[in-house]
Write a protein that binds this ligand. Sequence first.
Ligand code: SF4
Length: 432
Amino acid sequence: MLSADFPAKPVHALSPASLTAGALPLSHPIAVTPAPPPVAQPSPTEVATAGLAPYRSPRAAYVHVPFCRHRCGYCDFTLVANRDDLVDRYLAALARELAELPAPHPVETLFLGGGTPSHLPPPALDRLLQLLRHWLPLVPGGEWTLEANPLDLLSPQRIALLAGAGVNRISLGVQSFDPLVLRQLERDHTVPEVIEAVAATRAAIPNVAFDLIFGVPGQALASWNATLDQALALEPQHLSTYGLTIERGTSFYARHSRGELLTPPEELEREMYQLACDRLPAAGLVQYELSNFARPGRESRHNLVYWAAHPCLAFGPGAVRYVGGVREMGHRSTVTWLKRLEQGLSGRTFREELAPLARAQEALLVGLRRLAGIDSRQFLGDFGLTPEQAAGDALTRMEQRGLLHQTPTGWALTTEGRFLADLVAVELAPAE
Ligand code: SF4
């Protein structure tokens, strides 16, 4: 399919436009759910004294590392493939961007995404980790995640560097345990390499998360089921399941346009998603977001910051920061981004300031991705508005259509609403 249906990329990789319509799952017929219990409404005092979370100092940071061996056919992330000659300049530019901070900024969550951060040669990886330990020190008990390619973690040197620097969570780009699907996705690792990398990583960093992709051209339900089997056998702490989307500008898009790449029917994708939603919780991985499942206490604390629309620092090309209701993004071209920093300019070339109502509306949109939904009192405390004030009558309209329901504390998607979350997103999207 050609539009963003099931989310196909991690939340930090979503562009500002992706935060509105289209970042959520696909449309299906609508079912009606029973009438819900009444929602506890905040008191007038709570309304008057609400603090605004978007103004608080960020306690989370994202760093984009844009290097990969090659570009996979479906990937439209900000990256440079086979350009390791740029690594030194990237590290120097990143150091300049970090030095824009008035002082080292302690964080509770630090997420290194890409690209493939683990791809950096060990000496460069060491420099990156030491740079971040200086500028973005992790508070005790904090979460430091690094996205990794299984092949890179076959290197004991890299694992020792990561563990020694304090990285305590690895997000592994497994994608599939079916060799044919891996080949279709143009991934450069094999299934035995994944198994070996998981064992090697776990010995030093026990908290390992997997990313898996479904809805791949040619992928059958049985293949997806077998991938879930093998993933569960390795007992990850966290699992993300992304539906493949074919993005404009990728080689998959060109092949799809020429009729060379047939995407699975929507009904099959829904079955695959449903299979994950059934099987993973049965194996102890609780679904806490549309695409994310975790053992209790192992939810991604960093991504929870995004889904709460709380502030987050970001550094690197294409990285989106959100502080004080202002969203800024680093230039998406790695070369342009680093040249700008070399010239003493800011690497960030996109900026938008959201009005208070738009901030609350956007928070509603992303917050409903969590299965627990929106807590009305928390929402009021964070944004100074109730969900009803932020959304007008859209919440009750979605409720009447069976896509949202009221919980004892606020609002959440119904089961059907999880399949139709893109439709809910359109209805709740802030007006242009
Ligand atoms: S490894 Fe990941 S980031 Fe790199 S090209 Fe492939 S999908 Fe994109």
